[in-house]
Design a protein around this ligand. Structure first.
Ligand code: ADP
Length: 317
C-alpha cells in the first residue's frame, strides 16, 4: 500500500565518555551520532526491509549530512527531509549518571528540527504512503500538528493504518491543545506501542486490563507493550495475548531501544509476519541496540537479527 512514514526530529547526539553529573566542567565527548527518535525508528524499519520514509528538517551542515547519508544508505526514503539554510541541525548532549539516569542538554526548539513543515515533497509522500507512525517526542515541535492532520487524512483515505508511540514528556500534555490532540491520535491509531506506564497515559486509565480495554473501545486493534529487560507483550482486540521474553544482553547504551523495537515491529507486521515473529524481531532489535554505543548505531538488518536471535539466550520471564 506504500511506505511507512514518520514525522519528527532528526538530531545528532554527542555523548560524554565518562559518567558523572551534568556538564559543569570540561569533559571528553564522543560523537556526533545520528539521532532523534523518529530517525532511529525509520532507520530500523528500513534496515529490516520495510519501505520507510521520514518527514523532517535538518541544517545545511555536517550534522544534517551524516543523518541524511545514514538514512539513505540504510534504505530509507529521504525525499521529504528539507534542508534549512538558516538554522543548524538539532543536537542533544547526553551524560550518564552513575545510577544509570541521564542528563541532557537539548538544542531542538531553535534548530532546523523545529522548522519541519508541510512541503510539496511531504505532500507527495503522504499521497503514496500506506502507514503513518506518530511519536510523542515530536509533539514539542509546533508545526508538526498541521503535517500530522494532513498525513492522517491522506493515509486513512487510502485505507492505510496509523501507529502511535506515546513517548511524550508528561509536561507537554499540559501545553495548549496537546491533551486534545493526543486524545485524537489515540482515537485514530490502529496500533499503540507504549513503554511501561505510557500505557496508562495513552488510555487515560490506570491498571493494565482497564487500560487495554479502554484503548480497544476507542478503535485500537493492537497494543505492543515494551517492558525493557522483561521483554514485551501483545494485546489484540480479539482478546489474544502474546508474551515475548527479552534477550539476555549487557546494556551499554539504553537510548534508542524503544525506537528500534517500534521500527522492527511495524516493519514486520507490514511485511505480513504474525505477531509472535514480529515481537521476536522487535525484542531482538531493542536488545541489539542497547549493546552498541550511540543511539542509532545498533539498528540491525534482518540477517543480523536472525544471527542475534540464533545465538542469544532469553531472560527468564
Ligand atoms: P523504551 O526505550 O521506549 O523505554 P524499552 O526500554 O522497553 O523501551 O525497550 C524496548 C525493547 O527493547 C524492550 O521491550 C526489550 O525487548 C528491548 N530491551 C530494552 N532494554 C533491554 C535490555 N536491557 N535487555 C534486553 N532487552 C532490552
Amino acid at each position: 500500500l506504500g511506505p511507512t512514514v514518520v514525522i519528527g526530529e532528526i538530531l545528532v547526539e554527542i555523548m560524554a565518555k565518562s559518567r558523572g553529573d551534568g556538564f559543569l566542567e570540561p569533559i571528553e565527548l564522543i560523537g556526533p551520532y545520528p539521532s532523534g527518535a523518529p530517525a532511529i525508528f525509520i532507520d530500523q524499519c528500513a534496515k529490516i526491509g520495510g519501505s520507510a520514509a521520514i518527514v523532517a528538517s535538518v541544517g545545511d551542515d555536517d550534522f544534517g549530512r551524516i543523518n541524511i547519508e545514514r538514512l539513505r544508505s540504510d534504505g530509507a526514503d529521504i525525499s521529504a527531509i528539507s534542508v534549512s539554510p538558516d538554522y543548524p541541525t538539532g543536537s542533544a548532549f547526553v551524560r550518564y549518571r552513575d545510577d544509570g539516569s541521564r542528563d541532557f542538554v537539548y538544542n531542538i526548539g531553535k534548530s532546523a528540527a523545529a522548522l519541519v513543515s508541510l512541503t510539496a515533497e511531504a505532500k507527495a509522500l503522504f499521497a503514496r504512503a500506506g502507514h503513518l507512525h506518530v511519536m510523542g517526542t515530536a509533539f514539542a515541535i509546533p508545526g508538526v500538528w498541521e503535517i500530522m492532520d494532513h498525513a492522517i487524512d491522506a493515509i486513512k483515505q487510502r485505507g492505510g493504518s496509523v501507529s502511535l508511540d506515546p513517548n511524550l514528556r508528561k509536561e507537554l500534555l499540559g501545553l495548549g491543545q496537546t491533551q486534545e490532540r493526543f486524545a485524537r491520535l489515540v482515537d485514530v491509531a490502529d496500533l499503540i506501542l507504549p513503554s511501561g506506564d505510557e500505557l496508562f497515559t495513552a488510555a487515560g486509565v490506570d491498571g493494565e486490563s482497564a487500560a487495554v480495554a479502554a484503548l480497544f473501545s476507542r478503535g485500537v486493534t493492537e497494543i505492543a507493550l515494551k517492558r525493557g529487560e522483561h521483554g514485551s507483550t501483545f494485546f489484540g482486540v480479539d482478546g489474544s495475548r502474546v508474551d515475548c521474553p527479552a534477550f539476555k544482553v549487557t546494556e551499554v547504551d539504553p537510548t534508542g531501544a524503544g525506537d528500534c523495537f517500534g521500527g522492527a515491529y511495524v516493519a514486520c507486521r507490514r511485511l505480513g509476519m504474525p505477531v509472535s515473529k514480529a515481537l521476536e524481531y522487535a525484542n531482538a532489535a531493542g536488545a541489539h541496540n542497547v549493546t552498541v554505543q550511540g543511539p542509532m548505531e545498533g539498528a540491525a538488518s534482518r540477517p543480523q537479527l536472525d544471527e542475534f536471535i540464533a545465538v542469544t539466550p532469553r531472560n527468564l520471564p
